[in-house]
Design a protein around this ligand. Structure first.
Ligand SMILES: Nc1ncnc2c1ncn2[C@@H]1O[C@H](COP(=O)(O)OP(=O)(O)OP(=O)(O)O)[C@@H](O)[C@H]1O
Length: 250
C-alpha cells in the first residue's frame, strides 16, 4: 500500500466532517473517493495533504508517517495535489507555468542569477511534461487562452512537475464539456499506465468514476460506507441509498 489512512478524524464544532476514516490505496492504482455533497471528501483530501491538521488518526505514505506534514514538504516527498480551482498563472505562457513549478520543486525562484543552463533544462523538462499531457505545440500560448480541457491538462502538468509518486486530484472533471471529460479521463488513465503513478480522485461524475477506477471508497456523513471495486460498488445497497437523486443509476 502506498497510502494508509488510519482512523483519521476532523470535527468542525459539533460537525463530524471526517470521523474515523480508514483508507488503503494500492501502489499504481486509480482510487476514487465519492459520496454525496458534504460527505467529507474534500476535508479528507485536506487532511491527507496537510492543508488542515487532523484531530486524531495517522496518514502513512510508503510506510512513513506523514500526518500533518505541510503541503510543501509533502510535495518534496512525492505527494502532489491538483485543485478544483486551477493553480495556473493565466497571463503567463503555458511553458512558463510548468517551468515555474519545476523551479519551485528545486527550491529556486526565477531570479537574475538563474543560470542559462538551468533555464534551458527546466524548459526542456517542461516541454516533455507538456507533451505527456497532450499539450505539445501549445507551449507558447498564454495559459488563459487555452480551452477548459487544456487548462485542466496544464493543471495536471503543473502537478507532474513536482515528480510525484502519488497525485490527489480534486474534481478533475468538474465544469468540463463531455468531450473534455473524456480527454481528461483518458489522460488520467495514461498517467497511471505510462508513469506508474498512483492517483486518488475526488469526483462527482459517478459514471466516469466507475469506468476509470480500480477501487472506489464511498463516504457519507464523514464515514466510509463502502470500499470496493466499481462492480461491487454499483450493486451496493447502502451506496444507492446514499445517492438520493438517482445520479447513481448510470
Ligand atoms: N472549514 C470548515 N468549517 C466548518 N465546517 C466545514 C469546514 N469545511 C467543511 N465543513 C463542513 O464539513 C462537511 C464536509 O465538507 P466537505 O467539503 O469535506 O464535503 P465534500 O464531500 O467534499 O462535499 P462536496 O461534494 O459538496 O464538495 C460539510 O458539512 C461542510 O459544511
Amino acid at each position: 500500500m502506498i497510502l494508509e489512512v488510519n482512523e483519521l478524524t476532523k470535527h468542525f464544532g459539533g460537525l463530524k466532517a471526517v470521523n474515523g476514516v480508514n483508507l488503503r490505496v494500492k501502489q499504481g492504482s486509480i482510487h476514487s473517493i465519492i459520496g454525496p455533497n458534504g460527505a467529507g471528501k474534500t476535508t479528507l483530501f485536506n487532511l491527507i495533504t496537510g492543508s488542515i491538521p487532523p484531530m486524531s488518526g495517522t496518514v502513512l505514505f510508503d510506510g512513513q508517517d506523514i500526518t500533518g506534514w505541510p503541503p510543501e514538504r509533502l510535495a518534496r516527498g512525492g505527494v502532489a495535489r491538483t485543485f478544483q480551482r486551477t493553480s495556473i498563472f493565466m497571463d503567463l505562457p503555458v511553458l512558463e507555468n510548468v517551468a515555474l513549478a519545476i523551479r519551485s520543486r528545486e527550491g529556486r525562484s526565477a531570479s537574475l542569477w538563474q543560470s542559462h543552463q538551468h533555464e534551458d533544462e527546466a524548459a526542456d523538462e517542461a516541454r516533455d511534461i507538456l507533451a505527456s499531457v497532450g499539450l505539445r505545440g501549445r507551449e507558447d500560448a498564454k495559459a488563459g487562452m487555452l480551452s477548459h480541457g487544456y487548462q485542466r491538462a496544464l493543471d495536471i502538468a503543473i502537478g507532474l512537475a513536482l515528480k510525484p509518486r502519488l497525485i490527489l486530484m480534486d474534481e478533475p472533471l468538474a465544469g468540463m464539456s463531455r468531450g473534455d471529460r473524456e480527454t481528461i479521463a483518458a489522460l488520467i488513465t495514461m498517467l497511471r499506465e505510462t508513469m506508474g503513478l498512483t492517483i486518488i480522485v475526488v469526483e462527482h461524475d459517478v459514471g466516469m468514476v466507475m469506468r476509470l477506477s480500480d477501487r472506489i471508497t464511498v463516504m457519507q456523513h464523514g464515514t466510509v460506507i463502502a470500499d470496493a471495486p466499481p462492480d461491487e460498488i454499483r450493486g451496493n445497497e447502502a451506496v444507492r441509498q446514499a445517492y438520493l437523486h438517482g445520479s447513481f443509476a448510470q
